[in-house]
Every structure is written in C-alpha cells, then in structure tokens.
Design a protein around this ligand. Structure first.
Ligand SMILES: NC(=O)c1ccc[n+]([C@@H]2O[C@H](COP(=O)([O-])OP(=O)(O)OC[C@H]3O[C@@H](n4cnc5c(N)ncnc54)[C@H](O)[C@@H]3O)[C@@H](O)[C@H]2O)c1
Ligand SMILES: [Zn+2]
Length: 373
C-alpha cells in the first residue's frame, strides 16, 4: 500500500493507494477518526458492488452505519438531493463528531463532500473514490459542490476529507468508456505537470488501459502526488491550481453547448486538450515535435467527434459564459513544454473560432501534426 500525504497544516490528510485492501480499511478508519456514527453515501451502481464491504469495514471500526443510495448520474448533484441527505443525517442523529463517507465517482464525492461541509457546519468526511476520474482528480483537493439549474458546480466550497481510500480493484467494474474519460485527466497531468508521468504513459499506454496493476498503481499515485503538490501550493485556486484547467476551457464549452448529454467530462476535456495543443503551436509556445508527442498520447484516449448539429457559435457562446473567466478575458491553459503549462489570456477570438471549426469539420485532421505545418 502506498500512502501520499496532502500537506495542508491542520487539514493535512493521507491518500491510501493499493489493491484489494478492504481488510485494512477498518483499522485505518479507527486510527484516523473518533466518530461513533457513519453516513455512507453512494449511488445505485456502486452501492450494490461495494456497499456491503464498506459498511462492514465501518462496523468493524466500531461505527454504527446508515446508508443513503442516490440515483447514479450528474442529476444527483442537486440541492434537492442534498436536502434529502440532510434529512437522512438528521434522522440518523449524526452529530458533529460523526463522519460522512463517500463511496462512488466524482458525483458522489462532490455531493457527499457538500453534505459533510455544511451539515452541522461541518462533520468529518472520508472519500472512497471508485471511478478513475475520482481517484486521480475529484477526491483529492477538497472541492465539493452541487449543481444549479443555471450551471454546474455553482454552489459549493472547499472542504478537505480526513482521508482518501483508493482501491485499484474497484476499477475492474468501471465501464470502459468511464475509464477512458478518467484517463483523459491522467494525460492532462502528464502534459501540464509531470514529464515522468508523460513518459510512462507514452511507454505503457496499452498496459495502463489494460489496468496492469503495476502501471495503474504508479500512474494513479503520480497523479495524486501532482494534485497534492498543486493543492498544497494553492488550495483555493488563486494561482497555480488553475493549471489543472488545461483542456477545460473548450471542454466545458463543449459540455455546456451539448447540454451535458453527449460528452462525458473527460471526453470533452480530451477534445479541449487537443485544441489547446494546436493553439500552443500557433502561439509558438511549443515546437511541432513536442506537439506531435502530445497529440499521439491524446489520440490513445480517443478523440470524440462533435454531434453533427453543433455549431461554432454555440461553442463560443458557452465559452463566454464560463465562470472561470477573468473579468472579460477567456483564460486558456496552454502547454509550454512536456510537463509544464501556463495560463494564457491573449488568444484572439479568430484563432479560437478557427480551431473549433476545424474540430467540428475534420476532427481526425487535428491528430496529425503535419496538418498545421
Ligand atoms: N471536486 C473536484 O475537484 C472535481 C474534479 C473533477 C470532476 N469533478 C466532478 O466529478 C463528477 C464526475 O465524476 P465521475 O466521472 O466519476 O462520474 P460519476 O460519479 O457519475 O461516475 C461515473 C459512472 O460510473 C459509475 N461508477 C463509478 N465507479 C464505478 C465502479 N467502480 N464500478 C462500476 N461503476 C462505477 C457511476 O455509478 C456512474 O454511473 C462531475 O460531477 C464533476 O463535476 C469534481
Ligand atoms: Zn476535469
């Protein structure tokens, strides 16, 4: 088992990473928490698979356990769902000393974390992420939120968990499409923050996709290390944490313009990263050889075509509305070399329009670097 520390002074916490480690969970919970009761929150896909094992570990640690299972999917990240979970917590007589445990993907982590942050002004929180995206990204760093009808993640806060428990074995049941979407965020870390990770992915991509345990463990641990370091430096996203938005400016725009029904988050981010690599080339931030290596890796994640009725105007309008804009500027994160990126606010609307048009018309051409020469 590997243990990675997220160093945030009194809010520091460990991330445990290993394979089939259910038998160790209760000892760790007992050691790290003083709670008497646990509210276990999960979704309808994950609970039948891992709910009993988690509840057993919680009971073995001495907690009495109540479970709340919500429908799978983004719709559950709502204030209405939060309200019914508060009711559960009150009915279970959860007190300030008790704990909320998230068992699931990023939807459950964000929702349960929001409950933990707000119920009784905050109770302890444990993350047991079960999707690749949640294991490498959403379970670490403390962003918790629910959606509003007018936009995603608009209601939330920063609230760090007490521990994160990453069992690689749960990825066996994760649908392949979801695994690939999580892999896009992994590639993101490689391009923007870690050259060694990039090289590992270049060499071992097929093994990674085949969930080779050695590669999977190393890759997930590196992603958690990268995220932990970025969060340590900039917990509340006032600076460097914004680099993690690489691929997300256009990615979010694509998700919004298609009403969150066409792309998985990681699929849209992968498109956004491909377009950002091209923008970095045209801004002369990276050379063609570097861009070629980045695009080759991104190609392995599978570039999804746009729906045939999506227009450039719809994508640009969605981008203008993004909450992460700075004043009237659209912020892009562009790679400057392998393992490093920077925020960029001076791209012209013309440049952005042209690259989005190319994606809508000839997506495959964007994976070949000779196209831009
Ligand atoms: N807090 C953050 O920093 C942060 C960062 C990135 C994304 N997010 C949020 O994360 C959410 C997306 O997370 P996600 O991609 O994990 O989506 P998700 O939670 O909807 O999980 C994806 C699907 O996989 C299923 N699933 C999860 N683990 C499984 C397993 N082991 N076996 C079988 N099925 C499994 C789920 O039931 C769901 O159907 C979004 O709401 C996004 O806003 C948050
Ligand atoms: Zn993301």
């Amino acid at each position: 088992m590997r243990i990675i520390e997220v160093p945030l002074e009194e809010r520091s916490y460990p991330i445990y990473i290993g394979h089939e480690m259910w038998s160790s969970l209760s000892a760790v919970l007992k050691q790290r928490l003083t709670a008497k009761k646990a509210l276990l929150i999960s979704d309808e896909n994950v609970f039948p698979l891992y709910g009993a094992k988690t509840a057993a570990a919680l009971k073995e640690a001495g907690f009495s356990v109540s479970s709340a299972v919500v429908p799978a999917g983004e719709e559950s990240k709502s204030l209405a769902q939060a309200e019914s979970l508060y009711t559960k917590a009150i009915e279970a007589r959860l007190s300030r000393q008790d704990v909320v445990v998230a068992l699931g993907g990023g939807v459950i982590g964000d929702l349960a974390g929001f409950i933990a942050a707000t119920y009784l002004r905050g109770v302890s929180f444990v993350q047991i992420p079960t999707s690749l995206l949640a294991q490498v990204d959403s379970s670490v760093g403390g962003k918790v939120a629910v959606n509003h009808a007018l936009g995603k993640n608009l209601i939330g806060t920063f609230y760090q968990p007490r521990l994160v428990w990453i069992d690689l074995a749960v990825l066996d049941t994760l649908p392949r499409r979801e695994f690939l979407a999580g892999a896009a965020e992994v590639v993101k870390y490689g391009i923007i923050s870690s050259e060694p990770l990039f090289q590992t992915l270049e060499k071992r991509w097929d093994d990674f996709l085949a969930k080779d345990l050695e590669v999977l463990g190393e890759v997930i641990a590196t992603c958690c290390n990268v995220k932990a370091e970025i969060v340590r430096q900039d917990e509340k996203e006032k600076g460097i944490r914004a680099l993690l938005n690489f691929g997300h400016t256009l990615g979010h725009a694509l998700e919004t313009a298609t009403n969150y029904t066409y792309y998985l988050h990681g699929e849209a981010v992968l498109v956004g990263m491909v377009l950002a690599v091209h923008l970095a080339v045209s801004e002369e931030l990276i050379d063609l050889q570097t861009a070629g290596r980045m695009l080759a890796l991104l190609k392995g994640g599978g570039l999804k075509k746009a729906p045939s009725d999506l227009t450039v105007e719809q994508v640009l309008t969605a981008m203008q509305q993004d909450k992460k804009r700075q004043a009237d500027k659209i912020v892009f994160v562009l790679p400057v070399q392998i393992g490093s990126g920077q925020t960029y606010t001076t791209l012209s609307e013309h440049e952005i329009t042209e690259i989005v048009k190319k994606y809508l018309r000839w997506p495959e051409s964007l994976l070949q670097i000779d196209y831009i020469i």
